[in-house]
Write a protein that binds this ligand. Structure first.
Ligand code: GAR
Length: 199
């Protein structure tokens, strides 16, 4: 197989970092043509930071107000080519999004455009939907509104609790996030209006 250039990723996190872990493993196992160059957290206690350190990946904590310019600076220092939001629980400003046009992606625990924003799994449970899922999408200036790259459906079972549903959705997240990154790394995507077309 020809050796491809690896896409340089910057991953933004706030919490546990299971999606980060899935991305790191996909990179290390050679399933995707990418590598995680830096992990940035807005939460100093995020377990995601420990996961990154264990894999010798550079980390930064940027938790003060007006910290976006610092995040931009770090991403640029590392010459990051794709910014991956992985459980990053802070809305990015228009200025930030414009700094990396079509180069920021996010994972959301629902089938967008249903249940954007916070507590997506609980809201799906409360709404009584029979299927929910996960979405990887480009980040635009809205909240979870950018063009959709990959989705996976997840059934909601009659005896689901918030914990069991979250867990079932996370399993799918861990598959589709690396998949979406690989589609970008291999330049197989084109954004046409709101649609992402596979070449
Ligand atoms: C994931 O379920 C992710 O989809 C969600 O936070 C969790 C992070 O888990 N993100 C959002 O709700 C963003 N609006 P992780 O830290 O274990 O990857």
């Amino acid at each position: 197989m020809p050796h491809r250039q690896k896409l340089k990723l910057g991953v933004l996190v706030s919490g546990n970092g299971t999606n980060l872990q899935a991305i790191i493993e996909a990179c290390e196992e050679g399933h995707i043509d990418a590598r995680v160059d830096v992990v940035i957290s807005n939460n100093p206690d995020a377990f995601a930071l420990e996961r990154a350190k264990k894999h010798n990946i550079a980390t930064a904590v940027v938790s003060k107000e007006n910290s976006e310019s610092k995040i931009i600076e770090i991403l640029k220092q590392h010459q990051v080519e794709l910014v991956c939001l992985a459980g990053f629980m802070k809305l990015l400003s228009t200025q930030f999004v414009r700094e990396f046009p079509q180069k920021i992606i996010n994972i959301h625990p629902a089938l967008l455009p249903s249940f954007p924003g916070l507590h997506a799994q609980q809201r799906a449970l409360d709404a009584g939907v029979k299927f929910t899922g996960a979405t990887v999408h480009f980040v635009d200036e809205g909240c979870d509104t950018g063009p959709i790259i990959v989705q996976a459906t997840v059934p909601v079972l009659h005896d689901d609790t918030i914990e069991t549903l979250k867990e079932r959705i996370l399993k799918e997240e861990h598959k589709i996030y690396p998949e979406a990154i690989q589609l970008i790394a291999t330049q197989r995507l084109k954004i046409v209006g709101r649609r992402v077309i596979f070449a």
